[in-house]
Design a binder for this molecule. Sequence first.
Ligand SMILES: *Cc1c(COP(=O)(O)O)cnc(C)c1O
Length: 365
Amino acid sequence: MATTPTLEIASQPHPAPTPDADRVAAIADPGFGQTFTDHMVTIDYDEGKGWHSAQLCARAPLALDPAASVLHYAQEIFEGMKAYKMEDGAMALFRPDRNAQRFNESARRLAMPELPEDLFIEAIRQSVLADRDWFPTVDGGSLYIRPFMIATEPFLGVRPARQYKFITFLTAVGGYFKAGAPAVSIWVSNDYTRAAPGGTGAAKCGGNYAASLVPLGEGMAKGHDQVVFLDAVERKWIEELGGMNLFYVFDDGSMITPPLSGTILPGITRDSLITLAREEGLDVREERYSIDQWEADATSGRLMETFACGTAAVVTPVGHVAGEGIGFDIGSGGPGQLTTNLREKLVAIQRGKAEDRHGWVMRLD
Ligand SMILES: *Cc1c(COP(=O)(O)O)cnc(C)c1O
């Protein structure tokens, strides 16, 4: 680390970590988001005192007062990142400074205190190194990191809380979508929107996800994998999936992704792919794209590929789109050439197999 973190993180390792045999079995087929490691880092905040009591400790349930503000008014934000294993066996994070910045942008929107960026990164570094033996043995596996912050003050009046807790923990993960699926099928929500102008769409907060679950359930019940949301004003412009940004690839090699208008989440994968695609000489435009145009372009063949991107599922091709009065396939219904190429470029940098020209990779050891 270039700078010393502002707060020392006390180390209280787990007194009875998971036995080796159980851990080895768990990481052979970890699934997504269900295989938890032994440790977590917690840091407390009190108004007037600031951040304090940082510790690396055994992962355990929390004790919360039933009146804790997060349980009533949903003051909660989170991040999603991965620790990768490099070719030489070293562990690394991808653009953790961007996650630290975005965490604080979310904090400001939810009237929560900011966490110093170096402390955010140091908490993650220590938790990953403490549980490095949990790194999955499956192909494409990683340690998925979930930093989050909640309002813990017991108070039912409505105002920003005065006490918070930051926690980061890990899960060993394989692929996000079921293996072998060539592309995902997505459902266009007609009745529900995800974010409105002036709302919290650009913040990574649990509330956005809560609001997306009914339409997601609707889509899943009809056999689709994800839901895509349209803008809340005109119900016309495609915004994003519940947790992934979208890109459209055309037959002239150009690409479109919706602009960061305040109602979509500024994805770090999105930003990285824009950079990589432009370096390849591709014309990438941040432009609004309508649902009607999407269908027309997919049908005419002008649209070659569509993919969704985010840390959890990296780059995922969209093969089919359905909604009320809508139903079309994209390209061959499987991963397109440019989607595959960009995915490989990104993964190669993340795993230390390609030159890191932008200083995106932060080695942990
Ligand atoms: C986290 C998230 C993304 C993807 O962001 P990445 O930084 O690329 O992981 C996209 N949309 C939403 C709503 C998200 O919460």
